[in-house]
Structures are given as C-alpha cells and as structure tokens.
Design a protein around this ligand. Structure first.
Ligand code: ZN
Length: 254
C-alpha cells in the first residue's frame, strides 16, 4: 500500500505544515523563485520492515494509515529513526497528539494563522554567534529589528546597543576587510553572551519584504535583516526557533 492523497492531505493539514517535533515550517520559499521548497517528510511511526525503526511483529493495521504516520523535517526524521530507544512508538504518538492540539488551539485563536502561512507565521532561528548575525546583515537593504518590552535602562542600553551596532555596519560590511569582519564577529559574540546573561535570546533571519508607498504603489521586494530579541521564557520559543507573526509587507507614505 502507498500513502493515499486523502491521508497525505490530513497529515499536512493537521500538522499545520509544520514539523511535529521542532515546528519548523515545512514549506519554505526558495530565494529568487516563486516555487516552494518542500522539506517535510511523511514518516512511519512503526516501520513495516522487519528490522526497521520501532518494528513490531504484532502491529495490526495498515502501515500507511494516518495513525501510523507523522510529518517531520529531514533532521528530526533521521533523529527519530536513529534514536529509537528515546523516540518510542508511545512517545511519538504523544508528540503527534500534542502538536495537533497546538495547531488546533492556535487556529481557534486566529483562523487565519495558517491559512496565509507564507505571509504570517515565520520561524526565526536562534542566533548563537556574531558570525551568524553578520551573515544576516550582509548585503541587505533594510533592517527590521524588534524586541520584547524592556524593564530597565540597563536592558534598553544592552538591546539598543546591539541594534545600533548592526545598523552601523549594514552599509559598510561589504567593503570591510576580512580581518575587521572577523573582529566584529568576536565583538558581537560578546554582545550575544551578555544579552544571554541578562536573560535575552536573539533570533534572526534574512527575509524579502515587499514595500508599498503612497496609494499602495508597489515599490518592489527588498532583502531585509529581521532580528528579534526576546526573553528566554517567551512562549513563542520552540526549541531553537522563535515562531511568530511577521508581515511580509511594509507600507510607507500614509
Ligand atoms: Zn523538525
């Protein structure tokens, strides 16, 4: 038996097009093209091969049924099949249930949350090094920086300092010498570490943002550095990603 279209549709819909374990978007835009890159994998919980992951001779039913399948990213697919002592059948079924509940309750709060997924919900990876930050700001035309509400002057200075530093370098990074870029990376490592000590995490990615001017005139798409600083207990953090709504459009001239 193969996985039917009906089962496949249910699997993608109930998972909200996200990996059940890390919640990364499984349909991602490919840079400079209109097509979508599909990185989701439809994985068997109980393998139908005798010695495959979680194989169970007493398994009754259809291996390609919805109940025996889950949607994962390639990394997590490999992980669950390599570490079967950790990722048992029972655990995976529980993860799948939890994830589907999360998708459903998110949809109850906001019915458009996933309908317009490409424009709304984004997964921003956790930034762990200055080098990662420099890769994000290198060659962009705009910055889109944001942070969670800050409580003290000290917090405001620390967060503001990182954003100011990045803004200063966006325009000149391309002309800088490799040695200076490397040194800047190390300085930024220190900034990230100090923010972490204060309880903040940095997330970021490059995005294409469509700009609209007066009368909604389309000004084209611009490569943008999106960087968000939030407290480490922010509920939108799911493993190494910040999942949040980010608009793909910006309006000017109103
Ligand atoms: Zn994953």
């Amino acid at each position: 038996m193969a996985i039917t279209d009906k089962t496949r549709k249910a699997l993608w819909a109930k998972s909200g097009n996200r990996c059940i374990l890390c919640r990364i978007e499984l349909v991602q835009e490919v840079e400079s093209s209109n097509s979508n890159l599909i990185i989701g994998q439809e994985c068997h919980i109980v393998s139908e091969k005798g010695k495959g992951p979680r194989a169970n001779p007493s398994f009754k039913g259809n291996y390609d049924d919805y109940n025996n399948l889950m949607l994962l990213c390639a990394n997590d697919h490999k992980r669950i099949d390599d570490l079967t002592e950790i990722y048992t059948t029972e655990k995976l079924l529980q993860f799948k249930q939890n994830h589907e509940n999360w998708v459903r309750t998110t949809l109850e709060k906001d019915v458009t949350a996933f309908a317009n997924d490409q424009e709304n919900i984004r997964s921003l990876p956790l930034i762990k090094s200055g080098k990662q930050l420099l890769d994000i700001i290198n060659g962009v035309h705009m910055s889109d920086f944001d942070n969670e509400e800050l409580n003290t002057i000290e917090e405001a200075e620390k967060v503001g300092n990182l954003f100011d530093l990045l803004k200063d370098y966006i325009d000149i990074l391309e002309d800088m010498r490799m040695t200076d870029i490397a040194k800047l990376g190390i300085e930024l490592n220190g900034e990230i570490a100090e923010l972490k000590e204060m309880g903040f995490l940095v997330f970021g990615t490059k995005r294409h943002i469509k700009l609209r001017g007066e009368n909604f005139k389309d000004l084209g798409a611009f490569e943008t550095a999106s960087i968000v600083i939030v407290r480490k207990d922010n509920p939108s953090i799911v493993s190494d990603f910040l999942i949040a709504k980010f608009s793909n459009k910006m309006n000017f001239g109103f």
